[in-house]
Write a protein that binds this ligand. Structure first.
Ligand code: ZN
Length: 144
């Protein structure tokens, strides 16, 4: 992966999170920023395999029914955001499951965290996510 694509991924994440954290849009508009950032995160962590990238958006299918129930930013993430999803999918498609894990990596750093085991949400400091993404970007753009 070239330095340009790496920088494009980092910029996508930086712009998305600057908007989401500093100027939170309405719930329905967050996806416009959050989903490109999910894909950019997945690309940095695991590459551009199409099935893997589809997995990086898959856990958010639950946002479609939620969208009709006047959700608010910061509402708890539903149970599709648990490790049981990738565990169920992994035997059929490890690449799809890996994409779902990349999705959780980002969601863990943003409120309200991820209910990894279906119950209470887990949350990591945003800095941990930032360091991970920067390290992945560095290792991807480094000349061999
Ligand atoms: Zn999500």
């Amino acid at each position: 992966m070239g330095a340009r694509s790496t920088i494009a991924c980092l910029a996508t994440i930086a712009v998305a999170d600057w908007v989401i954290l500093r100027h939170p849009p309405r719930w329905h508009a967050i996806a416009l920023f959050d989903h490109p950032a999910h894909v950019a995160t997945a690309v940095l962590l695991g590459g551009t395999d199409p099935l893997y990238l589809a997995g990086s958006l898959l856990p958010d299918v639950d946002h479609i029914p939620m969208a009709f129930r006047s959700p608010q930013a910061g509402d708890p993430r539903p149970r599709t955001h648990s490790l049981y999803g990738p565990l169920a999918v992994a035997p059929f498609s490890p690449r799809l499951a890996a994409g779902m894990l990349a999705h959780f990596t980002r969601d863990l750093a943003l409120d309200p965290g991820v209910p990894l085991f279906g119950g209470r949400p887990f949350r990591l400091p945003y800095a941990a996510y930032a360091v991970l993404v920067l390290a992945a970007a560095y290792s991807r753009s480094r000349p061999l």
